[in-house]
Design a protein around this ligand. Structure first.
Ligand code: UD1
Length: 382
């Protein structure tokens, strides 16, 4: 069985790593890796391949950054010849980034079976680009692998037949569990201590990159109002996403940050350094999707700076508080978090480090006898 796996942006790399590892143990699987190049910087891409032992991509489409339409279209144009060339039995996509939906569309239009990992998540907020990517990808996928019960419920409600949906746990959690011990050896915290950013174990970690938070100066300023209060109480470590760094300059917010001595801007961190920081943090403030789940696994309180989440299990069972961007609400949530609000959180079902094994077992059961391939009518000159 030939599986063409797709990655494109930072949150995809930790999801593909355990699958690539499990494929190697099955001689009947011929797995290929395509990197779309949606993310391309050393710190946003290459370092993850090295640290997570992901094989060099067989193909890099090198599409780079652009508007949503252009980026999605460029990925589609570049991916189609790859599918025609490699003739896979299955295309496998992960997550909800533009690369996910773009490659998914190419696969199904060529008649190749599409498999979606992390299916069924819904924020019910269509102003989020990722929500559109999730809805479209799920609607064209033949097999849908879910990380949490809400994903299964959402897909059933949307009319997907039960035999195509599998609750398997979370490949991103497989990666976390596989690397946690190694991450604990990372010297990043000691280095930050020497630089005077932290003193001991009381610190918060902040990540911020959603367009809805960092493209609008009013929203960004409201978040900074809350951070100003929190950094008086506890240092905040802020590895900054390239989009956010650019916006700080463009929105003239840099000077404001300079007046917050407890808020420490860092370059984007590698996987192991970042896991070391988050696993020992007192609290994490974020607008990321994956980090809501990682903090639940690590039992670290998480404050989500968004109005909704597509990962409700992190609130119902885990350590997450959905707070939005009102500065008072953020500060109150911070007080609850450090006051022990999530002491009774539990780990969601099947988040045990074995999701990739379950996925590969199901793929083999369902698809091992290949009867697919590219449909004749989809070929360029048909
Ligand atoms: C993308 C995903 C988002 C994910 C995030 C993780 C979509 C729609 N969004 O958002 O779901 O949470 O990745 O980071 O797919 N840039 C660099 N170097 C890079 C990559 C990007 O400098 O290696 C800069 C560019 O200025 C680019 C901007 O970051 O324009 C945004 O990158 P893009 O991939 O368009 O979206 P993200 O905000 O990263």
């Amino acid at each position: 069985m030939r599986i063409l796996n797709v990655v494109g942006a930072r949150p995809n790399f930790m999801k593909i790593a355990p699958l690539m590892r499990v494929y190697r143990t099955y001689p009947q699987i011929d797995s290929l890796l395509v990197h779309t190049g949606q993310h391309y910087d050393e710190k946003m891409s290459h370092s993850f391949f090295r640290e997570l032992d992901i094989p060099e991509p067989d193909v890099n489409l090198e599409v780079g950054s652009a508007s949503h339409a252009v980026q999605t279209a460029e990925i589609m144009k570049a991916f189609e010849p790859v599918v025609l060339d490699y003739q896979p039995d299955v295309v496998l996509v992960v997550g909800d980034v533009n690369s996910t939906v773009a490659c998914g569309l190419v696969a199904v239009k060529l008649g190749v079976r599409l498999v979606h990992i992390e299916a069924g998540l819904r924020s019910f907020d269509r102003s989020m680009p990722e929500e559109i990517n999730r809805v479209v990808t799920d609607s064209i996928s033949e097999l849908l692998f879910c990380t949490e019960p809400s994903g299964v419920e959402n897909l059933l409600r949307e009319g997907v037949s039960e035999d195509r949906i599998h609750l398997v746990g979370h490949v991103m959690i497989d990666t976390l569990l596989h690397n946690l011990e190694k991450a604990k050896q990372s010297p990043v915290l000691e280095k930050l201590g020497q630089q005077g950013c932290v003193d001991g174990d009381d610190y918060a970690v902040l990540t911020l990159h959603r367009p809805s938070n960092v493209d609008d100066p009013n929203v960004f300023s409201r978040i900074l109002d809350a951070l100003e209060i929190i950094q008086n109480d506890m240092p905040i470590l802020f590895p900054i996403h390239p989009r956010t760094r650019r916006n700080l300059k463009e929105l003239d917010l840099h000077e404001r940050l300079d007046q917050l001595p407890g808020l420490h801007l860092l370059e984007p961190l590698g996987y192991l350094d970042f896991l070391r920081l988050t696993s020992s943090a007192k609290v994490v403030l974020t607008d990321s999707g994956g980090l809501q789940e990682e903090t639940t696994m690590l039992k670290v309180p998480c404050i989500t700076l968004r109005e909704n989440t597509e990962r409700p299990v992190t609130v119902d069972m885990g350590t997450n508080q959905i707070v939005g961007t009102d500065s008072l609400k953020i500060v109150r949530a911070y007080k609850r978090a450090i006051g022990g609000h999530c002491l009774h959180s539990v780990i969601p079902p099947l988040w045990d480090g074995r999701a990739a094994e379950r996925i590969v077992t199901i793929l083999l059961e369902r698809f091992e006898r290949p009867e697919c391939g590219i449909s004749e009518s989809a070929l360029p000159n048909s």
